[in-house]
Design a protein around this ligand. Structure first.
Ligand code: NDP
Length: 288
């Protein structure tokens, strides 16, 4: 069986188009949504991500503002900036690009964010809402993965979903979203015994571990939907996922490529979250 490719680029373009239409409607009402991105230090990968986020905002008509702070910025200074943004009625979304320099606590920075503007969905209030099955801002990567799964047309109810990874950013919110969609969910991590056996049980597999091609094609049962979140460099420096794409493509029904799968969805869902935050905070009806 040759898997069908879940083309994240084109699905993300559709999502961005939906966002643009919603932004246009807000502009017509005199509302101009904005996203503020805080970048501390000069990590080159973070600088690229932040530039891409600013460009994506521009393309859909969201005002993107980047606050670039030197690596020597103190935690108190970052918290003071967040405090200022939290109090500014023109600010709809705020995100602090991770990782932060080691002298700044990511937990304290995340806690200092206004949950209503937390477009990354990392604040404990938003994670708590997800656990409770209540409305809130959901982390962009797992939300994007759910949209990819939706595009396959499969019904998640009663299906076996296996999530590899238990980070707060991807694995845990992913598992909660799958659970909310009535899948039977297994979460695997570095202490999981017999990973191949767990992977073989999956109707839907979401890999978010950060290990180049760790998941081998022969572990995957025929017909599995494979969502590969991993962004790794192989020995030759090429970008690759957590799943051996070639091998898995022979078994899977659908599979995301790396690059061009989950990555573009993450940014599209960041824009979507900014709009959701803008409408909720301003007392407007939900945009989607
Ligand atoms: P983390 O490092 O925070 O978490 C990795 C998880 O994988 C941990 O739960 C860890 O287990 C588990 N793990 C590590 N090695 C193994 C193993 N050999 N077997 C089973 N489980 C293992 O990573 P993130 O969640 O932040 O990111 C995961 C991957 O997704 C990375 O490649 C990252 O670059 C990518 N990513 C891509 C995004 C995109 O937009 N495409 C967005 C975010 C991330 P334990 O908890 O026990 O340590």
């Amino acid at each position: 069986m040759a898997a069908r490719i879940l083309d994240g680029k084109s699905i993300a373009a559709t999502v961005r188009g939906e966002v643009k239409e919603a932004v246009d409607r807000l502009h017509a009402r005199g509302v101009f949504p904005s996203l503020h991105v805080v970048l501390v230090g000069d990590d080159p990968a973070s600088a690229v991500y932040v530039r891409n986020k600013a460009r994506a905002c521009e393309e859909v008509g969201i005002r993107g503002v980047t606050h670039r702070l030197p690596a020597t910025t103190t935690e108190a200074e970052v918290l003071a900036l967040l405090h200022r943004l939290n109090g500014d009625p023109e600010v709809d979304g705020v995100l602090v690009q991770l990782p932060l320099p080691p002298h700044i606590s990511a937990d304290r920075v995340i806690d200092a964010q206004d949950p209503a503007r937390d477009v990354d969905g990392f604040h404990p209030v938003n994670l708590g809402r997800l656990v409770s099955g209540r409305e809130g801002l959901v982390a962009c990567t797992p939300a994007g993965c759910m949209r990819l799964i939706q595009e396959t047309g499969i019904r998640l109810q009663g299906k076996r979903a296996v999530v590899l990874g238990r980070s707060l950013i991807v694995g845990k919110p992913m598992a909660l979203l799958l659970l909310a969609a009535h899948a039977t969910v297994t979460i695997c991590h570095s202490r999981t015994r017999d990973l191949p056996a767990r992977v073989a049980e999956a109707d839907v597999l979401v890999a978010a571990i950060g290990q180049a091609r760790l998941v081998r094609g022969e572990w995957i049962q025929e017909g599995t939907v494979v969502i590969d979140v991993g962004m790794n460099r192989d020995e030759e420096g090429r970008l690759c996922g957590d799943v051996d794409f070639e091998g898995a493509s022979r078994q899977a029904s659908f599979i995301t490529p790396v690059p061009g799968g989950v990555g573009p969805m993450t940014i599209a869902f960041l824009l979507r979250n900014t709009l959701i935050a803008a409408c909720a905070r301003r007392g407007l009806p939900p945009p989607f």
